[in-house]
Design a protein around this ligand. Sequence first.
Ligand code: HEM
Length: 337
Amino acid sequence: MKYTFPLVAVIALALIAWIGSALGLQHLFGVVVPYAALLLFVGGFCWRVLYWAKSPVPFRIPTTCGQGFSMPWVKRDKFEAPVSTGEVLCRMFMEIFLFRSLWRNTKAAVKPGPELTYSATRWLWLFGILFHYSMLIILLRHLRLFVGSELFFVKALDAIDGFTLHPTPELSLYLTDALILVGLIALLARRFVIKTVNYISLANDYFPLFLLIGIALTGILMRYFLRSGVDIVAIKQLALGLTTFKPVVPADIASIFYVHLFLVSCLLAYFPFSKLMHMGGVFLSPTRNLANDSRMRRHINPWNPDIRPHSYASYEDEFRADMIEQGIPVEKELPQG
Ligand code: HEM
C-alpha cells in the first residue's frame, strides 16, 4: 500500500489533467488551478515559517559533532561546534549549499570477529546533490517562459547545461534532464532496496518522489518526444499572462503541457504541508542555527519567574521566632528583651 497508493495517486492526477484539458477545461487547468496552488504554497509556507519562528527557543541546543571550544591548546572544530555568529553562518552555508550533514553519513556493520565497524557512505549525499542542483538549474532555465526579455544568467545556464547531438543539432539536450532523473530514481531505489530505510518509509516519502518523477518525465516528453505537437510560443504566452496577472489561454496547447502544469500545481499545493518544508525549516532549526556557547555566556530563560536569592541567614531572620517556638535549632538567638 505504501508504494502503490502514492504511485496510483500521481497517475490519477496526470489522467485528471489529461482528460480535463481534452474536454475543454484549459482555463481551469491553465489558470485557476495554478493560481490556487500558488496561493496555497505562499500562504502555507509563510504560515509554517511564522509558526516555527514563534516557537520559543529558551536554551542553546545546537548539534555538536566535533570538539567544542575549551582550553586554548585543545584544537577545536569551528564548524561542527561553532561559537560565534560567523562560524554558525559558515556551518549553515555548508549545510544549505553542500548538504554537509549528508556528507557525514556513516554506515555501521558487524564484521567477523565480531567487530562493529563504521564506514562513510556518501550515496545519499551524491544523489541528493544531483537531484536538488538539477532541479534548481531546470527551474532557473524555466524563467525564460515567465520573463519577457532574455535573462543573461538563463542564457549562460542554457549554454552550460545544453549540448547538441549530431542527429538533432537544432534541439539541445540538457544534462540536468538526465541528472534529475538519475537522482530521483536513485533516491526512490534507496527506499525500496535498503531494508532499514524501507521499513521506516511511509506513503508520504514515496508520494513526492513519484510526483517529481512525473513532473520531470512530462517535461522531458514535451521537449524531446512530443515536441512537434507542443507549441512553445503559445505556452510562453500563457506563462507570461500568469506572471503579469492577465491570463490568456491559447487554444492550441497540447494536453501533455496541462499534465505537466497540473502536477507542478499539485506539488506547490502539497509542499507546505509535507516533509518538503525542510527547504524552509533548515533555516529555523535551532540544532543548526545556534552557537554552541552555553559555557561562555549565561543564557537565562526569558520567561523564568523572577525568583530572588534567599540565603539561609535571611530565611532564619524571617522565621526565627517560629523556629524557636517549634524547637528547631537556630544559628542566632532572638534579641533579648
Ligand atoms: C517544479 C517545477 C518544475 C519542474 C521540476 C519542471 C521540470 C521540467 C523538465 C525536467 C523539463 C524538460 C526540459 C527542460 O529541462 O527544460 C521541463 C520542460 C518544460 N516545462 Fe517544466 N518543470 C517545472 C515547472 C514548470 C512550469 C510551472 C511550467 C509552466 C509554464 C513548465 C513548462 C515547461 C515547458 C513548456 C517545458 C518544455 C520546454 C521546452 O520544450 O524547451 N514547467 N520541465
